[in-house]
Write a protein that binds this ligand. Structure first.
Ligand SMILES: Cc1ncc(COP(=O)(O)O)c(C=O)c1O
Length: 388
C-alpha cells in the first residue's frame, strides 16, 4: 500500500457520507441497532462494530486504520494521550509479581507508570542502559514479562538494537513494547524488526500542529484485542472524535512535514556542531554519536529533535540564551510545525546549580525544529548564543 493511499483514502468510505472528501466528525457516544439480533452481533465484537464510543467510533476508526497501516500493524488503538497508550500497553502485559525491564532513560511518565503505579501493585522494574544488548540479558528474571524500549529517547537519543532485543525476548516468551514517537512510522519500523507493540505520543509528529494530545498503540490483531478488552475499555482513556478528525487532517501532511523538518534539522545541526559556545550536540545524526552505525541501520531518516549542551558558565547564562530566542517558543513537548526550545534547568529550582540533579547537565536545551526557513532559525540561535 503506498503512502499517499494510506493518508488520502484508507479507511474513508465516502459513499457513506454524501461523497464528502473530508470525513464527518461522528459526534455520537452511542449507536442504535434495528434489531436485538444486530445488537447481539455488535456486542460480540465491540472493536469491529459501533456500539459505544468508548469502544469504537467511526471517525476514530478511520484514524486507527491509517496509523496501523503506517506502522505495518494489523491493528491500532487510539488513546487520549501517548502516556495512556504506554500505560495501557504495560498494564495489559503484566500481573502482580511480574518483572519488567525498561531502558534507563525513558520518557518521565513511562518511568512513573512502571516504577510508581505498577510498583504499587507488586510489579517490579529494572532500568538498564539499553545501548548494550548484554544489559537486557543480564536483567531478565524468571518473572520478566515485558521489555519496554524507547529508541531513540527524546532527550539524549540513546538507541536500542530493536531486532536484537526482539529476538532475545521472543526466545523467552517475553513481550516487547517500543515508544516510536521520535522516529514516526516513516523513519523506523519496530514491528518489522520483531517488536510486539509500538506506541506513539501522537501529540508530536503524527498530529504535528500542537493542538491535540493523543496516543497510538499498534501491534498484531490478537494482542491489540487483548489491550482493548483490558485497559483500553476499563480505563477509558479514549481519543474524542473531534480530536481524531484533527489528527486525520494533521496526518495527511506527515511525509512533507518530516521531509522539510529533516532537511532544516541537518542545517541547524551542522551550524550548532561548528559553534564554539556549544559543548556538545545530541542527535542520532551528531558526529560524535557512538551509535551512528545503528542510526544508519535502524532509522530511515532524521527527525527534528536535537539537544545542545551549552558552554555556559552558569544557569544564568543558559537563561540568557533561552530568553534571547525569538523564533523558538520556549515550552514542553515537540513535533509541531513551530520550532521549540526546552531548557532542562526550567524543571529545577533556580538554585539547582548548588545541588545539581544526578546525571543531567543543567546546560542542556532541547530544540524541536519546525517548518521555518533554516536561515531564520540559525540566525536566531546565533544571536541567542552571543548572549552566553
Ligand atoms: C517520548 C515520549 N513518549 C511519550 C510521551 C507522552 O505522550 P503524551 O504527552 O501525548 O501523553 C511523550 C511526551 O512528551 C514523549 O516525549
Amino acid at each position: 500500500m503506498d503512502l499517499s493511499w494510506i493518508l488520502n483514502h484508507l479507511g474513508e468510505d465516502r459513499e457513506q457520507y454524501f461523497g464528502a472528501v473530508a470525513p464527518p466528525i461522528v459526534q455520537s457516544s452511542i449507536f442504535a441497532f434495528p434489531t436485538v439480533a444486530s445488537m447481539r452481533t455488535g456486542f460480540r465484537d465491540e472493536l469491529g462494530n459501533h456500539v459505544y464510543t468508548r469502544g469504537n467510533n467511526p471517525t476514530v476508526e478511520i484514524l486507527r486504520k491509517k496509523v496501523a497501516a503506517l506502522e505495518g500493524a494489523e491493528d491500532c488503538l487510539m488513546f487520549g494521550s501517548g502516556a495512556a497508550a504506554m500505560s495501557a500497553a504495560a498494564i495489559a502485559c503484566v500481573s502482580g509479581g511480574d518483572h519488567v525491564v525498561c531502558v534507563a532513560k525513558p520518557y518521565s511518565w513511562t518511568r512513573a507508570v512502571l516504577k510508581d503505579l505498577l510498583g504499587r501493585f507488586g510489579v517490579s522494574t529494572t532500568f538498564v542502559d539499553g545501548t548494550e544488548i548484554a544489559n537486557f540479558e543480564s536483567a531478565l528474571t524468571e518473572r520478566t514479562r515485558l521489555i519496554v524500549l524507547e529508541s531513540p529517547n527524546s532527550m539524549t537519543f540513546e538507541q536500542q538494537d530493536l531486532a536484537a532485543v526482539a529476538a532475545l525476548a521472543k526466545a523467552r516468551g517475553i513481550r516487547t513494547l517500543c515508544d516510536n514517537s521520535y522516529a514516526t512510522p516513516l523513519n523506523q519500523s519496530p514491528l518489522a524488526l520483531g517488536i510486539d507493540l509500538v506506541a506513539h505520543s501522537a501529540t508530536k509528529y503524527l498530529n504535528g500542529h500542537s493542538d491535540v494530545v493523543a496516543g497510538a498503540l499498534c501491534g498484531g490483531a490478537v494482542l491489540i484485542r487483548e489491550v482493548f478488552r483490558g485497559p483500553y475499555m476499563t480505563l477509558g482513556a479514549i481519543l474524542a472524535p473531534h480530536d481524531a478528525w484533527l489528527m486525520i487532517r494533521g496526518l495527511r501532511t506527515l511525509p512533507i512535514r518530516m521531509e522539510r523538518i529533516a532537511a532544516t534539522t541537518s542545517h541547524v545541526l551542522a551550524f550548532l556542531e561548528a559553534h564554539p559556545r556549544v559543548r556538545r550536540v545530541y542527535s542520532p545524526r551528531a558526529h560524535g554519536n557512538p551509535q551512528l552505525g545503528l542510526s544508519e541501520r535502524q532509522l530511515h531518516g532524521a527527525s527534528g529533535l536535537l539537544t545542545i549542551e551549552l558552554d555556559a558558565a552558569d544557569v544564568a547564562a543558559v537563561e540568557r540564551f533561552c530568553d534571547g530566542l525569538e523564533r523558538f517558543l520556549m515550552t514542553v513537548s515537540w513535533g509541531g510545525y513551530e520550532s521549540l526550545a526546552f531548557p532542562v534547568c526550567a524543571v529545577y529550582p533556580a538554585d539547582a546549580q548548588l545541588h545539581p540533579p544526578p546525571g543531567l547537565s543543567l546546560s542542556l536545551v532541547r530544540l524541536s525544529i519546525g517548518l521555518e526557513e533554516p536561515e531564520v532559525l540559525i540566525a536566531d540561535l546565533d544571536a541567542a548564543l552571543a548572549r552566553l
